[in-house]
Design a protein around this ligand. Structure first.
Ligand code: FAD
Length: 349
């Protein structure tokens, strides 16, 4: 028999015991730990051992005991378990076993006597001041780009610079956007709520720098395609993403006619997929539109541009903060400086 201590951490460093579990085997999985935890806390509540439900995830409003309601509802532990698994998959909670993060639900975990399992939960919307929350909810996050990854049988042969043996141009970032009018028309389509009829295509071929990424002679091509508005007027992304990808390949084929014959496999990631798979709200690659009213002291929201949040000792960095999205590391650098400032001034424990 192995005993596990279960801890919850909602604000940084503020851990509290959430009970314990007894397991018969010394190897288990996170899915099993979540299942046992949720089942135990729901059964305790249903048996009347606790008055108010405080579990890993909250039950439906109708299941929860509300102020003044004396009739006790019964919480469905299997539904709660599914919600907890969905929260883990959606990064709503992170789990540490002792001090190692567990990233897979079904990877085997070896338990030692008195192993500690810590559930780090994201801040609940209700824990935030209403005005701050209102400002955050107003941040515009309309993604406008799509990704296509290709596995290729060789290198593209560009009419402007012929040859499919590795040349300097294959190592560049390659843009297909023949004129300002072309860009303008592509943007007009997006403004009207449809992906560009003639898209702008930005291409890189990482295997020209690192040939270990693919078997000899094969290549990977990453395409960044615009414009692909997250909000469509008369369509949904799951139905149209492949046809938009075809148009992107057509645009590339105008410059490199052999491209279609080289494609062994393609992965198309729509703005909706960016949201569903990678938690990029609105499919926005910069965690918020980079428009003037959402930059500088107004990023993420006015009054909170210095990486602090209304929650003590909880800092924010990344593209959603000043100076915004881009491969530069500046938000993290600035945030670290503010954290050190608070730490030296003993605002932090
Ligand atoms: C499809 C796409 C295309 C883009 N194109 C461009 C471009 O052409 N030019 C440009 O400048 N910008 C581009 N961007 C934006 C740019 O990539 C981001 O703005 C930038 O990478 C943000 O940097 P960051 O350091 O804040 O976050 P990230 O680069 O996302 O780094 C965060 C890191 O933290 C790690 N992490 C997360 N959780 C944990 C944890 N619990 N424990 C440990 N590690 C953790 C992640 O694995 C990740 O490596 C693009 C973004 C996307 C999505």
């Amino acid at each position: 028999m192995v005993s596990l201590a279960i801890l919850d951490e909602i604000t940084p460093g503020n851990r509290h015991a959430a009970g314990g579990l007894e397991l018969e085997r010394s190897t288990t999985t996170l899915r099993e730990i979540i299942r046992l935890r949720v089942r135990q806390e729901v059964l305790r509540f249903n048996d009347g051992a606790t008055e108010v439900f405080r579990g890993l995830v909250q039950p439906e409003e109708s299941e929860r005991i509300l102020n003044g309601v004396r009739q006790r509802p019964v919480v469905d532990w299997e539904k709660q378990f599914e919600k907890a698994v969905a929260a883990f998959r959606g990064n709503g909670l992170l789990v540490l076993v002792d001090d190692c993060q567990v990233t897979e639900l079904d990877e085997p975990i070896d338990l030692q006597p008195q192993t500690k399992v810590t559930f780090l939960k994201l801040v609940d919307a209700n824990d935030l001041d209403g005005e701050f929350r209102g400002e955050v909810e107003k941040i515009r996050m309309e993604g406008c780009s799509m990704k296509i990854n290709l596995a290729l049988d060789g290198l593209p042969d560009f009419t402007a610079y012929p040859g499919s043996t590795l040349g300097p141009h294959h190592r560049a970032t390659i843009h297909v956007c023949p004129s300002m009018e072309y860009v303008d028309r592509a943007w007009e389509d997006a403004k009207a709520g449809r992906p560009s009829e003639h898209p702008l295509v930005e291409v890189t071929i990482p295997t020209t720098y690192d040939d270990s990424l693919a078997p000899p002679g094969k290549h990977i091509m990453c395409i960044f395609a615009q414009y692909a508005p997250y909000t469509l007027k008369d369509a949904d992304w799951d139905s149209i993403k492949e046809s938009f990808a075809d148009r992107c390949i057509d645009a590339l084929a105008d410059c490199a006619p052999n491209i279609r014959d080289l494609i062994v496999h393609r992965q198309v990631i729509s703005p909706l997929d960016l949201e569903r798979e990678y938690s990029l709200t609105g499919g926005n690659i910069f965690h918020g539109d980079m428009t003037l009213d959402q930059l500088f002291f107004m990023r993420p929201v006015a009054g909170w541009a210095k990486y602090r949040t209304p929650i003590d000792a909880l800092y924010m960095c990344g593209s959603g903060t000043h100076p915004g999205g881009g491969v530069m590391g500046a938000p993290g650098y600035n945030a670290a400086r503010e954290i050190l400032y608070d730490w030296r001034g003993r605002k932090l424990n």
